[in-house]
Design a protein around this ligand. Structure first.
Ligand code: GLU
Length: 458
């Protein structure tokens, strides 16, 4: 019996990575990398702390705060903060573990980390959120810094929370430095950071479509199912529409909105949903309005996948484990050819197995092609890396410059996955290589080699 705590989400993320390494030729070629896998899967440091804050009724409230400083071989720990009632060490270890390899795939100097709290921002006033953030940072500020650990946003942590957190860090440490990313544009934030994760997913999938169709097809005319309605889903949807595709679904934890017939969400409708989310409200509040109910079905308690009809692309962009094995089968039956995770670990292992088996059985154009979050959603943290670079140089790049760099990074991330899979997994020409195997090996070997050079294993 192992005396390790039960950490289902972390074990899932670990097994997903380890199984792709095992099933490739990596360990045959480099057996010593098994040792690296054992070392890299233990966090360098975990900080846990108490967060006491005062609610609007002047009552004492208490939550748990965490920061998992997972790996710093490639640079300062880097990764978001999640404020959600489901947050625990298993969730943050899975997110931190994914973040190590995702950050490596960006090609920028960033280690991996993740943090957050079981604090639930839903139903809280702006003042309660500010007081919580101040209390959270009062402890966290002892453990982070621009060259040590640079948090950012994740679920429940937007530009507003980053602002409150940054202000408290600045006051306590008497230091203005790029200690957080996702900052406001007028005080150190990078242009395109809010858009970066969603845009990056779409740029990545554009390369998948071009590769799979020998450059003949693009997003134009494609039907795209998206889940979620936060930052990632919103900007993925806007970019799909800009490129000529239709967005047929969005969702939140309470239900899904599905467009009737050939209808697509418009940018104006996405803006309305974004405004709701700023106020921490649910899609259900808008779904019954005359304009929305005429054009969309609202399905309470449902995820979109089995309800979207024929689709070409699916972009899970809500949270972990939001596509089951059965939903994966339904997406394939609906004609879906490309699936890429905007969320971290959006697909269950059962769903990945369904997609990967279909890809192997239907080599070439008939196959569904799956891209894991650590490659497809790397655009967000990549632009965080660019924000760190701008802060260090005390300059600001234009939106065009940042967008161009984001496009280059997503292209390199895709190509790295393809090339690495060809080297270690699928040598056959004309076969879609496994992007999950290729991306895992590319991220892992980069980190493992840096750790070896630095004496972390031998
Ligand atoms: N939370 C985002 C992610 O999962 C962004 C992290 C960051 O920008 O540091 O990659």
């Amino acid at each position: 019996m192992s005396n390790l705590p039960v950490e289902p989400e972390f074990e899932q993320a670990y097994k997903e990575l380890a199984s792709t390494l095992e099933n490739s030729t990596l360990f045959q070629k480099f057996p010593e990398y098994r040792k690296a896998l054992a070392v890299v899967s233990v966090p360098e440091r975990i900080i846990q702390f108490r967060v006491v804050w005062e609610d609007d009724q002047h009552q004492v409230q208490v939550n748990r705060g965490f920061r998992v400083q997972f790996n710093s071989a490639l640079g300062p720990y880097k990764g978001g903060l999640r404020f959600h009632p489901t947050v625990n060490l298993s969730i943050l270890k899975f997110l931190g573990f994914e973040q190590i390899f995702k950050n490596a795939l960006t090609g920028l100097s960033m280690g991996g980390g993740k943090g957050g709290s079981d604090f639930d921002p839903k139903g809280k006033s702006d003042n309660e959120i500010r007081r919580f953030c101040v209390s959270f940072m009062t402890e966290l500020c002892k453990h982070i810094g621009a060259d040590t650990d640079v948090p950012a946003g994740d679920i429940g942590v937007t530009g507003r929370e980053v602002g409150f957190l940054f202000g408290q860090y600045r006051k306590i440490r008497n230091q203005w430095e790029g200690v957080l990313t996702g900052k406001g544009g007028s005080w150190g934030g990078s242009l395109i950071r809010p858009e970066a994760t969603g845009y990056g997913v779409v740029y990545y999938v554009e390369h998948m479509i071009q590769h799979a169709t020998a450059g003949k097809e693009s997003f134009a005319g494609k039907r795209v199912a998206i889940s979620g309605s936060g930052n990632v889903a919103q900007y993925a949807a806007l970019k799909v529409i800009e490129l000529g595709g239709s967005v047929v679904s969005l969702s939140d934890s309470q239900g899904s909105l599905i467009a009737n017939g050939d209808a697509s969400f418009t940018p104006e409708e996405i803006d309305l949903i974004a405004a709701l989310k700023v106020d921490r409200k649910q899609i259900s509040e808008i779904a019954t309005s005359a304009a929305f109910s005429a054009k969309f079905k609202y399905l309470p308690g449902a995820r979109p996948w089995v309800h979207v009809g024929q689709v070409d692309v699916a972009l899970p962009s809500a949270t972990q484990n939001e596509v089951s094995g059965e939903e994966a089968e339904a997406l394939i039956a609906a004609g879906c050819k490309f699936i890429a995770e905007g969320s971290n670990m959006g697909c269950t292992q059962a769903a990945i197995d369904v997609f990967e088996a279909h890809r192997e059985a239907n080599q070439g154009a008939a196959a569904i092609w799956y891209a894991p979050g650590k490659a497809a959603n790397a655009g967000g943290v990549a632009v965080s890396g660019l924000e760190m670079a701008q802060n260090s140089a005390r300059i600001n790049w234009t939106a065009e410059e940042v967008d161009a760099r984001l496009k280059d990074i997503m292209k390199a991330c895709f190509q790295n996955g393809v090339d690495t899979a060809k080297e270690f997994a699928t040598p056959t020409e004309g076969y879609f290589p496994s992007l999950v195997t290729g991306s895992n090996i590319a991220g892992f070997t980069k980190v493992a080699a840096a750790m070896k050079d630095q004496g972390d294993w031998w």
